[in-house]
Design a protein around this ligand. Structure first.
Ligand SMILES: Cc1cc2nc3c(=O)[nH]c(=O)nc-3n(C[C@H](O)[C@H](O)[C@H](O)COP(=O)(O)OP(=O)(O)OC[C@H]3O[C@@H](n4cnc5c(N)ncnc54)[C@H](O)[C@@H]3O)c2cc1C
Ligand code: FES
Length: 280
């Protein structure tokens, strides 16, 4: 199998703008035309966060958006980043004109399942998991797709629902959930999904893609398996290399299936729920 790294680009690219979004989140827009036009929602880039050639100093980030529009004319790679440690803190210092070394696009795009117009494709995001879902919606919009997308986003409180306005501006039905009830449903996003499923009733044509913190992903897998729904989950496992060489991101298959290990960076990062073990 050809490693995606043979098909991806590695170079230094200039920062076009950096925007502080509050709560430790920021957006980084980078002029990287060859990566921008080849990236599809769900793929990611490895970003070098300091000098030197040690691959461990690269950090993986989903492509949040490409601009000005997805497709062949795209020239910008846009990242939505949460400061959590030294690498993301270093990236937050970059300003217009600085250069950053990117490798990408990496991983496989998210699936685009067929759904009848009276069904629903749920995009369920928690925290920074919102990032790849926005490009997914932008791509469908640019194709004039009639996919019945419903975006459900969860966070601890309203100020952490970063990026939700972008979905509303695209005209996508968007439901919110916050743990403290400061916006939308008072509770978690899986409860909100359950409410939507209840309203649609049995027999509705339903599929979904989730991307969020580990606890949300596990709960999403459980509800999708229990209700026999076509769901995929995009994983954000620790990825030292991001291109299949180190096996540092490996997950196993379901406990009741054949023992099968997959590298999240090259076989994923998005997997059908039935291919995930109960704990992953
Ligand atoms: C496919 C994928 C897509 C991601 N997309 C985004 C995104 O769009 N926006 C965003 O803010 N974050 C995203 N992340 C998470 C991001 O990679 C980590 O937050 C970042 O690497 C932390 O680096 P740090 O040096 O600031 O913190 P550290 O102190 O190094 O780590 C803080 C946390 O990040 C985890 N982490 C560290 N290095 C990696 C690594 N190489 N791979 C995965 N996790 C790591 C650690 O396990 C720890 O939990 C994504 C991760 C993956 C695997
Ligand atoms: S991160 Fe190295 S093999 Fe996946």
């Amino acid at each position: 199998m050809k490693m995606p790294v043979e098909k991806c680009h590695v170079d230094e690219y200039p920062i076009l703008r950096q925007e502080d979004l509050g709560e430790g989140w920021f957006r980084l827009d980078i002029e990287a035309p060859e990566i921008a036009r080849e990236t599809r929602a769900g793929q990611f880039v490895q970003v070098r966060v300091g000098p030197g050639d040690d691959p461990l100093i690269r950090r993986p980030f989903s492509v949040f958006d490409v601009g000005p529009e997805p497709g062949e004319e795209a020239t910008e790679v846009r990242l939505l980043i949460q400061k959590v440690g030294p690498g993301t803190t270093a990236l937050a210092q970059l300003r217009e004109g600085d250069k950053v070394r990117l490798m990408g696009p990496l991983g496989h795009p998210m699936p685009v399942p067929e759904i009848s117009t009276d069904g629903a494709l749920f995009l369920v995001g928690g925290g920074i998991g919102v990032a790849p879902l926005y490009l997914y919606c932008r791509e469908r919009k640019s194709e004039n797709s009639e996919l019945p997308i419903k975006v459900l986003l969860g966070a601890r409180r309203e100020s952490l629902l970063i990026g939700h306005q972008g979905f509303i501006d695209l005209g996508v039905e968007t439901g919110l959930a916050t743990d403290d009830g400061s916006a939308g449903h008072h509770g978690n996003v899986i409860e909100l999904l359950d409410q939507y499923l209840g309203e649609m009733g049995p027999g509705a044509d339903i599929a979904g893609i989730g991307c969020g913190p580990h606890g949300m992903n596990v709960a999403l897998r459980d509800i999708a398996i229990e209700k026999e729904l076509r769901f995929w989950i995009s994983l954000e496992n620790y990825m030292p290399c991001g291109f299949g060489a180190c096996f540092g991101c490996v997950i196993s298959g379901p406990e009741d299936g054949p023992l099968r290990y997959r590298r999240v960076c090259v076989e994923g990062p998005c997997f059908p729920v039935e291919e995930l073990p109960a704990t992953f």
